[in-house]
Design a protein around this ligand. Structure first.
Ligand code: ADP
Length: 338
């Protein structure tokens, strides 16, 4: 670790949070310039929407979204028009503060007029999105998938997707949103950081059970129920590639400004965390992209009130060690030299 930077050239630089060092002239850095900015909720929604306008059918894996506060009038108008044309449509929306994470500040609403348009939203921009009401359930619980994706190069575009990921479970049985259950975060939000505080959270040493499981264990289960798992994987791969394509034009601008062509500089690669929700009909929907996904392979356990200890988490270890190992193999400088 070099908390104050290191001047001797390295083969691989592993930055903790984002690309931040303009004094690297060779080797490979594990972050792309501008990635953190590009995957913020508002920027990601804008980038995907640009592609949705051009290719609506290809980009139908991202929920309809509006940017607040600027698009609030548009949000109101569009929802009113859709309700007028289809009176049976009873939507729910999810409001997510820009730059938030771990479910922070997220809430569900039934109508645009429920938005807390007071001071907080003016000072804290957000994305409001159509809520996916019919997710696929396992053991009556909602869950999402965290997949790890290696963007190995922008030009040429090289993307690798880890074959296993994590499935993060809610801790209250799922019910479709109603005014009564709208506030029940343990039912509607799959964030580990929230559900860990529910009395129902299950830490398991087995990758097939508990509140955090491997994605492969879910696929096995789906396959035994007769689901077309091959098609699901190919839809997921297509979602990942299309999302990265949507981000690419602006990423290239950042890249060229930080590492101009013709000047000595490093090349970049980056591990991204893709959060995906499966709908009941097995269609994958993109929730968000994380530029700095947690690589922790331990979790905290409360031994006695107020006394915590880090204990190994076999599920995290199984998935994340493979992601790091395969990433290092793919960017191996020896292999590059050969
Ligand atoms: P954060 O960065 O705070 O985790 P997310 O966009 O990942 O924000 O949303 C948090 C959780 O809310 C997700 O893990 C998922 O369970 C739920 N969620 C987010 N967007 C939707 C949506 N459009 N429909 C249904 N559930 C959603």
């Amino acid at each position: 670790q070099f908390p104050f930077g290191r001047r001797l050239p390295c083969d691989i630089y592993w930055h903790g949070v984002s690309f931040h060092d303009n004094d690297i002239f060779s080797g490979q850095v594990n972050k792309f310039p501008g990635m953190t900015e590009m995957v913020r909720k508002i920027t990601l929604s804008r980038a995907v929407r640009t592609m949705q306008d051009l290719f609506p059918l290809e980009y139908n894996f991202y929920p309809r979204s509006w940017i607040l506060p600027e698009e609030f009038p548009l949000f109101e108008t569009e929802v009113r028009m859709m309700k007028d044309s289809d009176p049976s449509w009873k939507p729910t929306f999810i409001v997510k503060p820009d730059g938030g994470c771990q479910g922070d500040g997220i809430y569900l609403i039934k109508d645009p007029s429920d938005i807390r348009l007071t001071g907080s939203i003016q000072s804290r921009p957000a994305v409001v999105q159509e809520y996916i009401c019919k997710p696929l359930l396992v053991d009556k619980l909602k869950f999402d998938i965290r997949l790890y994706v290696l963007l190995k190069s922008l030009e040429p575009l090289e993307i690798y997707i880890a074959k296993d990921g994590l499935s993060r479970f809610c801790t209250e049985p799922y019910e479709e949103p109603t005014l009564k259950n709208l506030h029940q975060v343990f039912m509607h939000l799959t964030n580990y950081s929230l559900n860990i505080h529910s009395g129902n959270f299950i830490h398991s040493d087995n990758v097939n059970t508990g509140s955090k499981r491997t994605f492969s264990s879910i696929l096995c289960r789906l396959s035994s129920r007769g689901a077309d798992v091959k098609k699901l994987w190919s839809d997921i791969i297509s979602l990942v590639i299309k999302t990265i394509i949507a981000l690419t034009p602006e990423l290239k601008v950042y890249y060229q400004s930080d590492i101009p062509a013709g000047k000595p500089g490093p090349t970049c690669f980056q591990i991204l965390g893709f959060d995906i929700l499966l709908m009941k009909n097995l269609k994958p929907m993109l929730l968000e992209v994380n530029a700095n996904p947690s690589m922790r392979i331990e979790h905290e356990q409360e031994l006695s009130p107020g006394v915590f200890e880090n204990v190994p988490s076999p599920v995290d270890e199984e998935v994340k060690v493979a992601v790091i190992r395969d990433t290092l193999r793919l960017v191996d400088p020896e292999k590059k030299r050969r």
